[in-house]
Design a protein around this ligand. Structure first.
Ligand code: GCV
Length: 607
């Protein structure tokens, strides 16, 4: 249950009620060989420094910094490394948040690790020891904010602003020693449920209502991090209903939070989800940039615009959202997704660090001020369903602390802390994990095409599932060609990028293979850089993807995982293999039936 902190099997007693005493408690229990002096230096904030001289180990930091420093030292030691003579560290981003999509009926939207850790039957319901373990897990990798409810705010989560406040405050109390502050998702139309005739952000009565709501919440939870809002997106209410802009909507809520030091996190995931598939003028990835660029500089300074890392929606491969590269005067958070919605449902293995490294290759770290990720947590005994999904949570914390972190190194640290295998076996596991995203990509998403999944569930192949639908997610495959031209000759999406990106993606003979069909519409006979045709490359990738998944199964069988992980890993790997086979055959057959062009190597494709 403690994932990478398995060795910290001693519970945190409820009497440990603040970060400094927690840091002391953890160090004394986990590293009894050392005598630690803790020096509270509030000016270091969340940062910490450490020195070890003449038998005395001194850790300095603000209260949170002491806790993060303590976990850093403990993890070094647990992974077999000696404590350094000197060390210091501070987080790159102040807001490092997990977004839970938990509903109060106990379900979790896009949850693949069991039911909610916080709610059941329309009420708060949790095991305090488990919440403390969760706090420890988050703090151990420096995560500091937990938004506990779904951005799609369903009843009765609206009551978090009033009747459910005492329960919310009790949960905040449990997490406070771990320096994890709560955030809540709120519904923009909430004033309508309280007798107001509108939720118009410029209406003084509406503004007064939100100010009062914020006063109430902060009286109960003075350190609440703020509110998270999904508005005018996928049928959620928002300021557009009143002819107001998103800046006007967000600023109204920010004003209510300002006296309390709270932030308003406003999601930029807005597009037309009722598109007519016959409408070729609308190209969904253009939507966020088109909506928010004209508002650059209009948001209050306690608003953070939360932008998904790609312009679509957490597909296996998307280019970096051009919005993240373009806004100059708007504080932004980049949103990642640990929940494996399109990436294997925590059945298939999909380690995310290599993908995140690609994002930060393109995104200068100082373009954003915060980083968030959709949770992959649930009530399963191991918290993440697949034991390997814990790597993504661990690595996300590390990335949020330092976006320059090396993906292989972080994967190795996680593997060592979790399994402590001998070196050769550790190397095998790390290499399997590092390659897992590419394997999944090979059997699912040809060359930058996404969305070929079963609609709504988003697991398993269905190449036409979203093709004649309203979600704006088309590949437009016919008997000669596939993809959408997003250059200036096509939908013009590419023009939203800086010049260097336009050069990288604009010409199909230069565009990286794996992004090719995101940006271009090409004939099956298009010759790739390595001389293969586009169609042959699609066939080859799908055959290879399945074979590589089969090889992963063999590797895993030979590794000495302890129970219960061993059983879960084998069982899920079997399902992954069946999934890979299904994807291989459905996608290859789909393109073969359309094109009539056989595989050059004569492998089985079904006609
Ligand atoms: C919370 C996608 C998911 C939805 C999710 C939405 C969002 O559309 O399928 O389940 O809703 O993204 O990020 O708001």
């Amino acid at each position: 249950m403690q994932a990478w902190l398995r060795s910290l099997s001693f519970p945190v007693p409820s009497s440990v009620s603040d970060a400094v005493s927690l840091a002391r408690f953890e160090l004394e229990r986990a590293l009894p060989a050392y005598s630690f002096r803790l020096s509270v230096q509030p000016e270091l904030g969340e940062g910490w420094s450490f020195s070890r001289r003449d038998g005395e180990a001194c850790l300095a930091g603000g209260p949170a910094g002491l806790l993060y420093g303590a976990y850093h030292l403990i993890q070094l030691s647990l992974s077999g490394q000696a404590l350094p003579e000197e060390a210091a560290s501070a987080p790159r981003y102040a807001l490092r948040m997990i977004n839970c999509w938990d509903n109060m009926d106990g379900t979790v939207e896009r949850g693949y690790a069991g039911r909610s850790l916080f709610f059941e039957g329309g009420a708060f319901q949790y095991d305090p020891d488990r919440i403390r373990s969760l706090g420890r897990l988050l703090a151990s990798v420096g995560l500091n904010v937990l938004c506990i409810n779904n951005v799609n705010v369903h009843f009765p989560a609206q009551l978090l602003l009033e009747d459910l406040l005492p329960d919310l405050a009790a949960l905040a109390d449990l997490l406070r020693p771990f320096c994890v502050r709560l955030m809540i998702s709120v519904d923009f139309s909430q004033p309508l449920r309280h007798g107001l005739p509108s939720a118009d952000p410029l209406d003084p009565a509406v503004r007064a209502w939100w100010a009062e709501a914020a006063n109430r919440v902060y009286a109960a939870i003075p350190d609440l991090a703020g509110f998270l809002v999904k508005a005018d997106s996928e049928n959620r209410p928002g300021p557009h209903a009143y002819g107001r802009s998103h800046a006007e909507g967000a600023n109204m809520l920010a004003e209510a939070l300002r006296p309390h030091g709270g932030v308003l996190v406003w999601r930029a995931f807005v597009y037309n989800c009722h598109q007519d598939w016959r409408d070729t003028a609308t190209d969904r990835p253009r939507a966020p940039w088109e909506l928010y660029m004209p508002m650059d500089g209009q948001f209050a300074d306690n608003v953070i615009l939360q932008v998904k890392h790609g312009p679509f929606d957490f597909q296996v491969r998307e280019p970096l959202s051009p919005l993240l590269l373009s806004l100059r005067h708007t504080p932004m958070a980049m949103e990642l997704q640990l929940a494996q919605e399109y990436t294997g449902h925590q059945i298939d293995i999909y380690a995310m660090p290599p993908m995140w490294q690609e994002l930060f290759r393109d995104l200068p770290a100082d373009r954003i001020c915060a980083i968030t990720a959709v949770s992959n947590l649930g009530r399963d005994e191991n918290l993440t369903g697949h034991p390997f999904a814990a790597l993504n949570l661990f690595a996300f914390g590390r990335l949020a602390w330092d976006p320059a972190v090396d993906p292989a190194e972080v994967t190795r640290q996680w593997a060592r802390l979790t399994y402590a295998f001998p070196e050769a076996q550790e190397r095998q596991l790390v290499s399997l994990l590092m390659g897992s995203r590419r394997v999944y990509e090979k059997y699912t998403a040809p060359l930058g095409l996404g969305w070929m999944v079963n609609p709504h569930v988003h697991y398993g192949p269905n190449p036409s599932g979203y093709e004649f639908d309203q979600w704006g997610t088309y590949h437009k495959a016919n008997h000669t060609a596939v993809g959408i031209d997003r250059t200036r000759n096509g939908t013009g999406y590419l023009s939203q990028y800086p010049e260097s990106f336009q050069r990288r993606y604009g010409d199909p003979s230069v565009c990286p293979d794996l992004d090719l069909l995101f940006f271009h519409r090409l004939p099956y006979s298009f010759v790739m850089k390595d001389g293969r045709t586009l169609l042959q490359r699609i066939y080859d990738d799908h055959f290879e993807g399945y074979e590589e998944a089969a090889a992963m199964q063999e590797t895993l069988k030979a590794l000495p995982f302890p129970e219960p992980d061993a059983g879960v890993i084998q069982e899920r790997m079997q399902r992954q293999l069946a999934n890979a086979r299904e994807w291989r055959d459905v996608i290859n057959t789909f393109f073969f039936r359309l094109s009539g062009i056989p595989d050059q190597h004569g492998r089985v494709i079904y006609d």
